[in-house]
Design a protein around this ligand. Structure first.
Ligand SMILES: [Zn+2]
Length: 211
């Protein structure tokens, strides 16, 4: 079995969405400083690094993170590799989308260029067009993951997010799909169980069964 950890490491100085709070990690007690143990504190925005967007992010009274069924977050998933497109359209998806696919992971040049591993935010990332979002809803997709901090283009986030989230499609953002080949996997997406919030950091694994 090959296990791909497609989660970003949470650390101080990591890239966050412009205006979002930066993660702060502090060793509040330290053996080096004479305490008898080490103890750390962590503060961060819920859309930091690899995270999910729950319907509540864009839908008034939509479901929050802890209400998302685990059946959506765990199960068969398909990774498609779209290294050339600057904005994912219906035309990009049609030839590679497996009929009946419920969990779709979009590997774009964002991962190849490692834009989320750098220290500054890159506006020019590959995202999903609103039309393609609508098309995926019509195909019956329940979960979509992408290797950018937003599923939608910079400055044009509302329609793509709303189309997906108002139809109950869960979004995973901030995936690191570097060197993850296209194909069929089992997805394990485990967001922190935080009450009444619209997003949460998640540990995300793609597991490739023995062939
Ligand atoms: Zn988000």
């Amino acid at each position: 079995v090959a296990i791909y950890d497609v989660s970003l490491t949470i650390r101080e100085g990591m890239v966050v969405w412009p205006g979002d709070p930066a993660p702060h990690i502090e060793r509040v007690r330290s053996i080096e400083r004479g305490d008898h143990l080490n103890l750390s504190s962590l503060s961060l925005g819920v859309h930091t690094g690899t995270h999910i967007d729950a319907p509540l992010h864009f839908v008034h009274k939509g479901s929050s993170v802890e209400e998302i069924p685990l059946e959506t977050l765990v199960g068969p998933a398909h990774v498609v590799y779209l290294p050339h497109t600057p904005l994912i359209s219906i035309k990009d998806l049609q030839p590679v989308f497996p009929t009946g696919c419920q969990r779709l992971i979009l590997h774009t040049r964002n991962s190849d260029e490692r834009i989320l591993r750098g220290s500054s935010f890159c506006q020019d990332f590959v995202a999903l067009s609103p039309e393609a979002a609508r098309w995926l809803v019509e195909q019956g997709v329940r979960l979509i993951g992408i290797d950018a901090l937003s599923i939608a283009s910079y400055g044009a986030g509302e329609l793509t997010h709303y189309t997906l989230l108002s139809n109950g499609v869960i979004i995973i953002e901030g995936l690191d799909l570097y060197q993850v080949p296209a194909g069929q996997y089992t997805l394990y997406c485990l967001p922190l169980k935080i009450a009444q919030v619209e997003g949460a950091p998640a540990r995300v694994l793609l597991v490739k069964p023995e062939e």
